[in-house]
Design a protein around this ligand. Structure first.
Ligand code: CA
Length: 228
């Protein structure tokens, strides 16, 4: 597994590179956006870690350029803490996830693994996230082996969240792409997420559905661990 890290702050780049190499990834580093974009176009990377403030070309522009070229490589953006606008803009330009700086390395590793797992596992019929199993063909859901009955709408919503494991889905995206329903308003999305949560997460130690304040919802394991 090869990872491209586009980061101009060399001390951060070094720490991240070392950590990822210890986790047995191969890592290439670019210190500016233009070089990073050229390297990303080689299609050799499983994940790209992308800083926002970069010389020559900023992270948004790199992300936008790749998506315009229909390059679907998973992108994790490294944003400033509490900069909500940065995150929204990042997700709008096609980033898969973001991580606010400063971050702890295990958190970064967890996000990288979640992105890789999503890419690999979710092309199959059964999506597994922790002890949750979503069978997209039989339309059944199990947690810890126990079948959980869902309404059709809950089931569609859960499938969308699971397919996009680790990626934040905004209320608008859920409304438009998941339900294709002009009648449903944002608060209806909240109501359905609430109902789904009661069935999937209530009474369990490991919560899977998370609210990302001001952005939307995501389904992910808290530790993000497991295979890669
Ligand atoms: Ca920077």
């Amino acid at each position: 597994m090869r990872i491209l890290l586009i980061e101009d702050e060399r001390p951060i780049a070094l720490v991240v590179k070392r950590g990822l190499e210890e986790a047995r990834f191969r890592v290439d580093v670019a210190h500016d956006g233009e070089t990073g974009l050229q390297m990303a176009r080689s299609d050799e990377y499983s994940v790209i870690l992308l800083d926002l403030m970069l010389p020559q070309r900023d992270g948004w522009s790199v992300c936008q350029a790749l998506r315009d070229e229909r390059n679907a490589v998973p992108i994790l953006m490294l944003t400033a803490r509490d900069a909500l606008d940065d995150r929204v803009r990042g997700l709008e330009t096609g980033a898969d996830d973001y991580l606010p700086k400063p971050f702890e390395f295990p958190e970064l590793l967890a996000r990288v693994r979640a992105l890789l797992r999503r890419d690999k596992v979710h092309k199959g019929r059964v999506i597994r996230v922790g002890d949750l199993e979503v069978d997209t063909v039989a339309a059944t859901v199990r947690r810890g082996g126990e079948e959980i009955p869902l309404t059709r709408r809950e089931s569609t919503l859960l499938e969308a969240l699971a397919i996009n494991e680790g990626r934040v889905l905004s209320r608008e995206v859920i409304q438009e792409r998941v339900w294709m329903d002009e009648e449903s308003y944002s608060n209806t999305v909240d109501v359905h997420v609430g109902a789904l949560r009661r069935k999937i997460d209530a009474g369990r130690d490991e919560k899977l559905i998370h609210t990302v304040h001001g952005l939307g919802y995501t389904l992910r394991r808290p530790d993000g661990g497991g295979g890669r």
